[in-house]
Design a protein around this ligand. Structure first.
Ligand SMILES: [Fe+2]
Ligand SMILES: [Fe+2]
Length: 307
């Protein structure tokens, strides 16, 4: 085998090359070690994150369950509140109805008067573009307009003949008594009812009672009630008078335009007369049908009659 002979320069170069490669290897090993350490740190961090994430998921599930329970409890509470609200509303309307019934015992006017008034006034309020809520309020407040008659002696309120001047002065007080019964309430309907009770006999020209208010100083709800009340009185039969035909009643109302009644309201009222008459028929006809039915012969009457 032939020996390779290196010159000393070649040997030096080879040695330098070896040393350089050796250093490279040491550097690589160092970098590898450093990378391994970094990898381990990353793995530990990742594991910690996974652990935390699992804990967070668990906490989220618990929170979701709690939220669902709260939502279900809240739904139950809202349903119960709605029911309480409906019960209160019914009790409230029932109380109003009973208050009105109590005042009717003192009056010649029938329950139908109250019913018709309530519908007439709501219709006029609708024509005036009152909000739906306000129309409802006027519908419930109107029946209480004469509640103050409770405080007027029977001998005067139930008298069929003409009232003396002194008796009329006493009757006028039903407006003030009604307002006193209804005053100081926080409920919108009762506040309205109070104003209506107090001012429904005021006249546009200031000649009404109890305060002699004039024009728009009279609350609009009371001006509506004044119109509907007179229309209903004219078109209804009373112990001391027969009912006037609708056209005659409209003529009388027209004459009161600008003196007794708000002129703009009178126009709206008269232009709605067909709808108002429909309401009257709707309310009066069933009672007329009942009255007619009361006079219908029974089978026994028929048998007896043909004998
Ligand atoms: Fe009245
Ligand atoms: Fe009335």
């Amino acid at each position: 085998m032939e020996e390779i002979a290196y010159s000393s320069e070649e040997l030096l170069r080879l040695n330098a090359l070896y040393m350089k490669e050796k250093q490279k290897r040491i550097d690589l090993e160092k970098r590898l070690k450093k990378s391994r350490t970094q990898l381990k740190v990353c793995r530990d961090k990742l594991s910690l994150l996974r652990k935390r994430s699992a804990e967070n998921r668990k906490a989220l599930t618990i929170t979701n369950e709690q939220l669902e329970k709260y939502a279900s409890d809240l739904r139950t509470i809202v349903e119960s509140l709605n029911k309480t609200n409906r019960d209160l509303q019914n009790a409230y309307q029932d109380t109003i109805h009973r208050l009105v019934l109590a005042s009717e015992y003192k009056d010649n006017e029938t329950g139908n008067h109250i019913h018709r008034m309530s519908r007439y006034c709501a219709k006029v309020a609708e024509k005036l573009n009152f909000s739906k809520e306000e129309v409802e309020h006027i519908r419930f407040a109107t029946p209480m307009h004469d509640v103050g008659k409770i405080g007027i002696p029977d001998r005067i309120i139930l008298k069929n003949g003409r009232l003396t001047r002194k008796e009329f002065e006493i009757v006028k007080k039903h407006t003030i008594i009604g307002a006193e019964i209804l005053q100081n309430s926080k409920a919108r309907i009762l506040k309205l009812a109070r104003d209506i009770a107090l001012y429904h006999h005021e006249k546009w020209d200031g000649t009404g009672y109890p305060e002699g208010l004039k024009g728009e100083a009279i609350p609009v709800h009371a001006r509506i009630v004044a119109l509907c009340d007179i229309f209903d009185a004219l078109t209804s039969k009373r112990p001391y008078k027969s009912s006037y035909p609708v056209d005659v009643s409209c003529e009388i109302i027209k004459k009161g335009k600008g003196t007794h009644f708000d002129p703009a309201l009178t126009d709206i009222f008269l232009s709605s007369i067909d709808e108002l008459v429909s309401i009257k028929n709707e309310i009066d006809l069933p009672s007329r049908a009942i009255a007619v039915a009361a006079y219908t012969w029974s089978e026994r009457d028929l048998i007896d009659a043909v004998r």
